[in-house]
Design a protein around this ligand. Sequence first.
Ligand code: NAD
Length: 363
Amino acid sequence: MARIAVLPGDGVGPEIVRETVKVLRRIGALFGIPLTFDEEIVGGAAIDRCGTPLPPETLSLCRASEAILFGAVGGPQWDSLPVDRRPERGLLALRKELGLYANLRPVKLFAPLVDASPLKREIIEGVDLLVLRELTGGLYFGEPKGIGPAPDGKGEQGIDTLSYTTFEIERIARIGFQIAAQRRKRLTSVDKVNVLASSQLWRRVVAETAREFPDIELDHMLVDNCSMQLIRDPRRFDVILTENTFGDILSDEAAMLAGSIGMLPSASLGDGPGLYEPIHGSAPDIAGQDTANPLATILSAAMLLRHSLRHESAAAAVEAAVGLVLEAGYRTPDIRQPGPTTLIGTAHMGDLVVERLSNTAIH
Ligand code: NAD
């Protein structure tokens, strides 16, 4: 029996997670995968209920589960809280507590969405890349961190620390080379070696680790150049390996290659349970309107089936069902495009994926 911890969170989180659980229940029935679902609170919802974004019960459930399905956290009603007590801290703490150091963000353009992206068809057609982001180091966690008096006595000073150790770099680089070995065997390591000491170490350790993987073609790129190349020539990339902050920004940029941030799934892996979530936030501007695109979360569930449950055919079936729904012309507002498409809401999109699964998965 595979136990799945379900953490819907805030904003559109509950809406998109509800659809995804429907899909997982269906896939469990179709493929004979025994799944159980246990729901807990996280983020703003948990702050409101018990004053902390990651209650101990939620953490215990995650530790006792095979995998975690996560919606999103945050919203304007919690923006005035100090940074260390905000909803997003719940997610950061969960990543840290579970040692989820590898964040996989595949960016694959579904062919029917080629005209949904604001970028030209000839640039994005066939885009298939994966951003591998280091998730537990760098600026988001480095110490010292905080706001204190400015050393010149004039006002305050905000400090974040960007630090990486050999161990942290080697560990994520190895995952990058292993993923590249299963893809097109190209890895681009992204840093800011011309300015940052942490990047100098990063580049050296990645190059040394590359010796263990002679079949993989490695190149290094500065992050500013990478942000440009992603728009100029995205098909040149296979696996992009980078540190926490650069990966956060580059993967949102890359999201537009796939038509919408509402299409981008992610997996965060470590040595225990994996965490699966869309790359977007809680989208408070559209929460409760049944307009959020649930496909990023549904595609995250496909990654859950692949990486945590090692059920490749079930994962592929979910991805194929999403492709069929898009091919049939169904669109949530974020991927709406000119032409003969049908505008639908969150729940309807979930129902259609379940329906296509039922029609195709067992053949
Ligand atoms: P966001 O990703 O929530 O939204 C950015 C834009 O994309 C919005 O216009 C939103 O409507 C749209 N969007 C996002 N997901 C969508 C979907 N599934 N379907 C259709 N449109 C979608 O980013 P933001 O507005 O900067 O942040 C909102 C809140 O989410 C903030 O509190 C932020 O801290 C939090 N956040 C949480 C996570 C997370 O939980 N992993 C990640 C990023 C931001």
